[in-house]
Write a protein that binds this ligand. Structure first.
Ligand code: ATP
Ligand code: MG
Length: 581
């Protein structure tokens, strides 16, 4: 089965069962600062899992591109990738365990759908602890459907509890489905969840009935189902492979790397294939290698590839050649291919200049202090994690404490880092980002009033501390203009306007003059948020935008709006940063 066929089957199966097919979200979360990348299909849906109404209803399904930076070190094994696609279906307070499990198993094993032999499947369920009871209900459902008792494993929270790691927010027990590759058990204790590769976790059904808060686990307003199935893993098992790299989603890339190599090293091959693919997708979001946030992850992926390329005996600049093979598999990347090639060449050349010298410098050390690690980073461009890895390989000791400190300074990078940055947790930050979200709508409306109707949204990014907004406009804003915009937004805040939400078809929304983001994919039905009374003197709402939400109820909740910076973003696009005080 091809990936295309699988995607079509998945969506049509859930459509048949009453789900609305929604478009996948961007790989870079716009309104959630706690992560740098979308890590799962549920992630952009958090507001709806918390109770916000979704315009497409209570049953949704989609295909989501994901990046998991915390799986980087696992890449090279049979099943883990940095970039992968997730097939997902959701119940927003609608169906529950029975339907979710039945549908999962039907899709996997029915002749009409994936036709996987039932004997190949085993499952895990939550064993229970002080926070939540043993999930007997799920186990019973599995058993009724023909999964024998001995293939149902009860596992603790580390394995069978899903939540955005360590944070507050929607969470709950999950039940995971594993495929047995038929390989030999690696030992007596080998069972689903074992990392030897015999079992592949193909699908996870999460039952989100709790909200993790600072006071512990409280019941959620609504019980949700959140499922995620790994595209690459399913394609591998359906085609009889025991790892993802043998699939058509990787073979052209692997072949290209092999053709350029003079040494054999399967792990290096896999890592490069994975990392360059992930790099291509990050680059396609217009992100450049840098020393912060997504750009740092991108840099780390490219530089790690370059180092592994050296292990394969590759002498010339090569990442862009691998990227060509990636683009041959994912035509959607074609649009940005020039940028992708150019950036890869530039980054690889930059790193190559210092790599050899850096490695020499490395060889001279018999212990690495935080200062050394920083020197390797600053002078030779070694991402800190790369130094850590090299040290492990060469069995050179690291001064852990100091090194950790150095690393911590740098960790706005992954989920882990972001958590420290936004201590408030999900529930708390949702409130703050919601205010910024509404402020962004007011800002766009004010910009159009003050500067003109040529102003459109070009990008938006919100954290719990500020908003950042890119818009079409050629000239630098004058101080007068900035003041006018600020004053207008603050006037609307003071007027305590109601924020109204209406659902309608996309066409109707456009007819009503609602602003949308050009190039954005919308579903058949959309939500339109209007701020301000349509019965005011101009007969128009102050702001009207197509948007998923959430937003505050009244503008007075926002506080005082202040523009902190105005600068150029790219040709013909200006960027504003603003805070609410
Ligand atoms: P694992 O235990 O194998 O790391 P997980 O429990 O972290 O998987 P989930 O967070 O439940 O996985 O994600 C849902 C599904 O997405 C998984 O069942 C799997 O099919 C797929 N998946 C998760 N992580 C990866 C990855 N790094 N590469 C490829 N597919 C993945
Ligand atoms: Mg995992």
């Amino acid at each position: 089965m091809t990936p295309k066929e699988l995607k079509e089957k998945y969506l049509s199966f859930f459509k048949k069962n009453g789900h609305a097919v929604i478009p996948g979200f961007s790989l870079i979360p716009e309104h959630d600062p706690t992560v740098l990348f979308t890590t799962a299909g549920m992630h952009p849906l958090v507001p709806f899992l918390l109770g916000e109404k979704h315009a497409q209803g209570k049953r949704l399904t989609d295909i989501q591109k994901c990046i998991r930076t915390n799986d980087i070190e696992e890449v090279g094994d049979s099943w883990h990738l940095t970039f992968f696609e997730m097939l997902g279906n959701w119940s927003l307070g609608d169906y529950w365990k029975k339907e979710a499990i039945e549908w999962s198993l039907e899709f996997l094993t029915s002749k009409k759908w994936l036709n996987i032999h039932l004997e190949k499947i085993s499952v895990t369920v939550f064993a229970g602890d002080k926070d939540a009871p043993r999930d007997k209900e799920s186990a019973e459902i599995w058993q009724k459907l023909g999964i024998p008792k001995k293939k149902i494993y009860f596992l603790p929270k580390e394995d069978n509890w899903w939540s955005p790691a360590g944070r507050t927010g929607p969470c709950g027990p999950c039940t995971e489905m594993f495929y047995d590759t038929g390989k030999k058990k690696c030992g007596a204790g080998c069972k689903p969840g074992c990392s030897c590769g015999k079992y592949s976790e193909i699908w996870n059904d999460v039952f989100m009935e709790y909200n993790k808060t600072s006071k512990g686990y409280l019941p959620l307003k609504q019980k949700n189902v959140d499922t995620g199935m790994g595209l690459e893993r399913i394609i591998a098992v359906l085609n009889g492979f025991d790892n993802v790299f043998q699939t058509e989603l990787f073979q052209p890339i692997i072949k290209k790397i092999k053709a350029l190599s003079s040494e054999i090293n399967e792990k290096a091959l896999r890592i490069i294939a994975d990392h360059i693919k992930a790099a291509c997708f990050i680059l396609s979001e217009n992100i450049e290698p840098s020393n912060i946030e997504q750009g740092y992850v991108l840099r780390r992926l490219i530089r790690r590839s370059v180092r592994y390329g050296r292990q394969l005996g590759i002498k010339d600049i090569f990442c862009h050649k691998i990227a060509k093979a990636v683009i041959s598999i994912y035509p959607e990347l074609k649009e940005n291919q020039e940028f992708i090639f150019e950036q890869l060449v530039r980054e690889e050349e930059k790193f190559k200049k210092t790599l050899e010298r850096g490695l020499k410098e490395f060889e001279r050390l018999d212990k690495i202090t935080g200062k050394d690690a920083f020197n390797l980073y600053q002078t030779y461009g070694f991402p800190l994690e790369l130094t850590e890895e090299l040290a492990k390989e060469k069995e050179i000791k690291i001064d852990e404490k100091e090194f950790e400190k150095a690393l911590k300074n740098h960790q706005e990078l992954s989920r882990k880092g972001a958590e420290q940055k936004f201590k408030g947790g999900l529930a708390d930050h949702t409130e703050k980002t919601t205010r910024y979200h509404t402020a962004t709508h007011l800002l766009l409306a004010a910009l159009r009033k003050v500067l003109g109707e040529h102003v459109y949204q070009k990008g938006s990014n919100i954290t719990a501390e500020r908003l950042r907004f890119d818009f079409s406009h050629k000239e630098k804003l004058t101080e007068k203009e900035i003041k006018k915009i600020e004053d207008l937004v603050n006037e609307k805040i003071k007027q305590d306007l109601e924020v109204k939400c209406e659902e309608m078809s996309l066409e109707e929304a456009k007819k009503k003059g609602a602003m949308g983001v050009f190039g954005e994919k919308y579903g058949a039905k959309v939500k339109v948020y209007a701020i301000g009374d349509p019965s005011n003197s101009s007969g128009q709402a102050f702001s009207k935008e197509i948007c998923g939400g959430p937003h505050v109820k009244r503008t007075s909740e926002l506080g005082v709006f202040k523009i902190t910076k105005e600068e150029s973003s790219s040709a013909g696009v200006r960027r504003i940063r603003a805070v609410l005080e």
